[in-house]
Ligand binder design. Structure first.
Ligand SMILES: Nc1ncnc2c1ncn2[C@@H]1O[C@H](COP(=O)(O)OP(=O)(O)OP(=O)(O)O)[C@@H](O)[C@H]1O
Ligand SMILES: [Mg+2]
Length: 321
């Protein structure tokens, strides 16, 4: 089923004994059927928080403000039953650690049958046939044998592919892959990228991909959101972000991309400084303490959203001046 996704002024904080962690602040996002959306940013910037909010799977200590909707339906306001139904067949999240998606004591086949619990129209044999076909589609050739395996008997790459197959079995209108390649070696990574590229071709729902690997994002996505310290600091079409990056953070992130360096470096370049403490986010611009183009106003006044083109925006004082 296809639909549209929209987050508007979305904020998420986690209540912890050490205080409220402001993991997401005033995020606006939209995605339409057929689009592949990329989300990038350093570790701890809120990428997983954002996609977990999209799947309505935030942990109990999370508090949401603002709006996140699927096909115009406000996700946070759904009752538990409708939430389960919606997750069952419209929104699927392949989480950062695919091991968490599986029950260690059940075979892959039994679990993939369970994943189709909402398909009351299908019998067990039909569900198993769908599974075999889907495993083949994600590049697992000996599907029948694999269905008898337990999760720990699969390699990391294989588990990741089974997790994607599990998600696809529900025919989701929104497929979210959180760091689909980060835990994998180079060969496995290439296989997953190949799979996502194939999917991109014949899938008409929305795909959201979170990745540290800018090359993966550049190759697969139509539009990119760049996150820093819980905020979207720049967003635009993939070409605008990779060839015409405007926010100093996006520029720094691209400059540090390991793929840019032909020779193997002893130490990869990193952006100097650290993420701010998210229990007390800085007022003004969140990136100001690390920014090489900082102005007097950056420390005190929240930066405006600057429209660089109809689809390319950046939140920055230096860009607006
Ligand atoms: N359940 C939780 N309780 C408290 N704080 C949390 C929780 N989950 C995440 N956080 C905090 O929220 C912030 C954003 O985390 P998140 O996992 O969304 O970042 P990320 O961009 O996905 O990072 P990574 O690239 O390492 O996966 C971090 O400061 C993190 O420590
Ligand atoms: Mg994450």
């Amino acid at each position: 089923m296809s639909g549209s996704l929209a987050a508007s002024n979305l904020s998420v904080r986690y209540e912890t004994p050490g205080g409220s962690v402001h993991a997401l602040r005033h995020v606006d996002i939209e995605a339409h059927p057929g689009e592949v959306i990329g989300i990038v940013g350093e570790s701890g910037c809120g990428k997983s928080t954002l996609v977990t909010a999209m799947a309505n799977l935030l942990p109990a200590n999370a508090r949401i403000d603002g709006s996140i909707s699927w096909n115009g339906i406000e996700l946070a306001k759904l009752d538990a039953h409708r939430q389960r139904l919606l997750r069952g067949d419209e929104i699927a999240l392949v989480s950062q650690d695919p091991m968490t998606a599986f029950n260690p004591v059940l075979t892959i086949g039994d679990q993939l049958v369970d994943f189709q619990h909402h398909r009351k129209d299908l019998g067990r044999a039909e569900k198993r046939a769908r599974i075999a076909a889907m495993l083949g589609r994600v590049g697992i050739s000996d599907a029948e044998r694999r269905m008898h395996s337990y999760p720990h008997e699969l390699s990391g790459g294989m588990r990741q592919r089974v997790a994607i197959a599990a998600a696809l079995l529900t025919d989701p209108g929104l497929l979210i892959a959180d760091e689909p390649t980060t835990a994998l070696d180079v060969t496995m990574e290439a296989q997953i990228i190949h799979l996502l590229r194939e999917l991109r071709r014949d899938y008409n729902g929305i795909i959201v991909i979170v990745s540290h690997h800018l090359g993966v994002i550049a190759e697969l996505c139509d539009r990119v959101y760049v996150m820093y310290a819980g905020e979207v600091v720049e967003s635009g079409e993939v070409d605008a972000i990779f060839h015409d990056a405007t926010h100093p953070y996006t520029q720094a992130l691209l400059a540090c991309d390991p793929a840019r360096f032909q020779q193997k470096l002893d130490r990869l370049p990193t952006i100097p400084g650290m993420l701010p403490n998210l229990t007390q986010p800085p007022c003004g611009c969140v990136y100001a303490p690390r920014c090489d183009r900082v102005l007097a106003s950056c420390g005190t006044v929240a930066p405006p959203l600057v429209e660089l083109s109809a689809s390319h925006v950046a939140r920055c004082h230096a860009v607006s001046s």
